[in-house]
Design a binder for this molecule. Structure first.
Ligand code: ADP
Length: 485
């Protein structure tokens, strides 16, 4: 689940890398600007001080000799310099002696001038009518070391400030440009180096989450992300493999459960059938015995005689069904002995010989060589084979039935009984081996033949299945392990 306060990778890079970087740049810029400003201010102050010093000697002379004209001239020469706003000379009492430029803004009062005289050479900022002025004061000292007066040279603060504002503006523009450039570089760089690859991985994860389990991500980009993509692919493969395994296991379980259910059903039906057959055997024997005895006492070719013969024929048929039921329900342990396959085939064919001859059906493959010797309960397998052969003959009266076998490499004996009859209706395929499933009319089939065959083969550890025969009809395949456990 994505946390509500989650932020993007780009935001993280901007926040954790670029923001501190910008703070550092800002701090460095600000400190540089301060130094620059301080330097500029100092240089401007020095300029004024230089002007003051250059006129201070002639002024001192003129003051000593009391030549006001010279004083004014010296001041005027200073005033002509661009940076100078005004130049003023005061006597030792603080009285203004001469001035060049606008009236002295600060030294109107004598006391202030005197104080300035005593403090010696110094600079001072002064606010007059909302305008800042910088003044440089320099005492005018005569040869004897006595202070004769004071020189004041001023400069307009706006001069500095305009310059400083210009510098600040340029610095800010430079800083803004650098910031924008850095943001652009980081955003584009992040996208090209990491972002697009991470986006691709994230998009792939979203699609996988939606169920596209076959999806694989391509491993492009930096090594770490390539490794991540590879790990992701491995994980997806593992997930897919385990999902497939799980699915297969589930299907196997379902099939197993179905087989179990089927065999339990068969066992129950088998017990019931065997019980019923057992109970019917004795009365049928009695009916047949009585009919046989009664026959001796009736006229040949008389109606009672014909009725008794009919009774005996029907009893024989019922006896056959009872025997089949007993076969089906019999779950005696297998009595296995090594037997040659050839003998099994011969015995089974012998049992259907009459059916073959009666229907005129041709059997191919009965004269096969003796074949391998395998452990088997011959009676059970013989019954299975007889049932299959009989079904085949019934499916194609007058047609072809083929019996064949081969030893497979996996040590399984494969026996095939096929015919050129109509084949198996696809709708019936699943139910073919169910007991009592028959498509034959009453009296023709009991639906037990294939169940009996199925039981015999599976008890031998083998399998029975049906497929289409190249002859055109059905092909029943028995697979019997040659080395049973
Ligand atoms: P029954 O033969 O008594 O009907 P089976 O269990 O032997 O019982 O056979 C079940 C059904 O399988 C038959 O009714 C028939 O529809 C079908 N069947 C069996 N063998 C063949 C075959 N060789 N060709 C076509 N259908 C067959």
């Amino acid at each position: 689940m994505i946390h509500a306060r989650a932020y993007s990778l780009r935001t993280a890079v901007l926040g954790f890398v670029l923001a501190p970087l910008l703070v550092v740049i800002l701090a460095a810029g600000w400190s540089g600007l301060r130094t620059l400003e301080a330097g500029m201010e100092a240089r401007m102050e020095q300029d004024i001080e230089l002007v003051a010093r250059s006129i201070h000697l002639p002024l001192r002379e003129a003051m000593a000799q009391g030549q006001r004209g010279d004083i004014q001239q010296a001041l005027d020469s200073a005033f002509r310099i661009d940076q100078v706003y005004g130049a003023y000379v005061y006597d030792e009492n603080g009285e203004l002696v001469a001035a060049s430029g606008p009236r002295s803004p600060s030294m109107d009062r004598r006391r202030e001038a005197r104080e300035a005289t005593v403090t010696g050479t110094h600079g001072a900022y002064d606010d007059r009518d909302g305008e800042e002025l910088y003044s440089f004061f320099m005492p005018l000292i005569d040869v004897g070391g006595r202070i004769r007066g004071l020189l004041q040279v001023t400069r307009q603060g706006s001069d500095f400030h305009a310059d400083l504002a210009r510098v600040r503006f340029r610095a800010l523009v430079a800083l803004g440009t650098v910031t924008l450039l850095l943001v652009a570089v980081v955003v584009v760089g992040h996208h090209r180096a990491v972002g697009r690859h991470v986006d691709r991985l994230a998009a792939a994860m979203v699609r996988v989450g939606r169920g596209e389990r076959d999806l694989r991500v391509s491993g492009r980009g930096p090594r770490e992300l390539q490794e991540l993509a590879r790990a992701l692919n491995r994980m997806l493969e593992d997930m897919q493999r385990s999902a497939t395994e799980l699915e297969a296991r589930r299907a196997e379980q379902v099939a197993l459960r179905e087989r179990l259910r089927q065999s339990e059903k068969l066992a129950a039906i088998g017990r019931l059938a065997a019980g019923v057959a057992h109970e019917l055997g004795t009365p049928l024997g009695v009916v047949d015995g009585q009919a046989q005895r009664a026959l001796r006492h009736v006229e040949p070719q008389s109606p009672p005689q014909r009725a008794l013969v009919k009774i005996r024929r029907e009893v024989a048929r019922m006896d056959g069904i009872v025997r089949q039921l007993m076969d089906f329900g019999r779950h005696n342990p297998l009595r296995k002995r090594p037997e040659a396959l050839g003998r099994l085939i011969q015995a089974a064919v012998a049992q259907v010989r009459a059916d073959l001859e009666q229907s005129g059906t041709r059997l191919e493959g009965e004269d096969a060589p003796p074949g391998p010797v395998i452990p088997m309960d011959r009676a059970r397998l013989e019954q299975a084979l007889v049932n299959l052969l009989r079904n085949a003959v019934q499916a194609t009266p007058g047609g072809r039935v083929r019996l064949s076998w081969r030893e497979r490499e996996d040590r399984v004996l494969e026996l095939r009984v096929e015919d050129d009859g109509p084949g198996i209706d696809p709708d019936h395929r699943n139910r073919l081996f169910e007991p009592f499933f028959t498509t034959k009319s009453v009296g023709q089939g009991t639906g037990l033949g294939l169940s009996v065959a199925h039981g015999a083969v599976t008890e031998h550890g083998g399998e029975i299945s049906v497929e289409d025969s190249p002859l055109g009809g059905a092909c029943f395949v028995l697979e019997i392990p040659m080395d049973p456990a």
